[in-house]
Design a protein around this ligand. Sequence first.
Ligand SMILES: [Zn+2]
Length: 176
Amino acid sequence: MRCPICEKDEDKVIDSRSARGGSVIRRRRECLSCGHRFTTYETIEQAPVYVIKKDGRREPFNRDKLLNGILMACKKRPIPMETLETIVQEIETKIHNNFPIEVPSRVIGEMVMDKLQELDEVAYVRFASVYRQFKNVQEFMEESEAVQKRRIQKEIDKSQLWIFTQKPEIGSQKSF
Ligand SMILES: [Zn+2]
């Protein structure tokens, strides 16, 4: 790899590790001529997947664009960046496996919504409101309400589980 500083073509690899869930190898290199250290990334060469947009136009899939969309939805939510990177990676892998040539943008949106629904309800509703392009506030409210109901149901399920795991109080009837 040519050194970006002195442009000599000899270096040694000083560190090599996998990133993005193993789909990328990141290498730290040191120029043998000037000692400058720089980083290279190695990935499998993949033909680009095309995203079919709502109006029928196609554009190459762009993981940064996907990450930005998710970041917007997760703004000020207590979600680590690492988690979001993982979500993007999982979605990208799923796209390459199931839609190797082209994928409707709607499908990507649904993949994201599935992930966010498990992760954070606020982020989910925010993302859904953009992706499904709710026609009016009423629709948006209905979606929020549906999320709310699911959350309440989850709480009920949890508390029922708690009841079932409680042991009966032995001896409590002795006083009668
Ligand atoms: Zn150099």
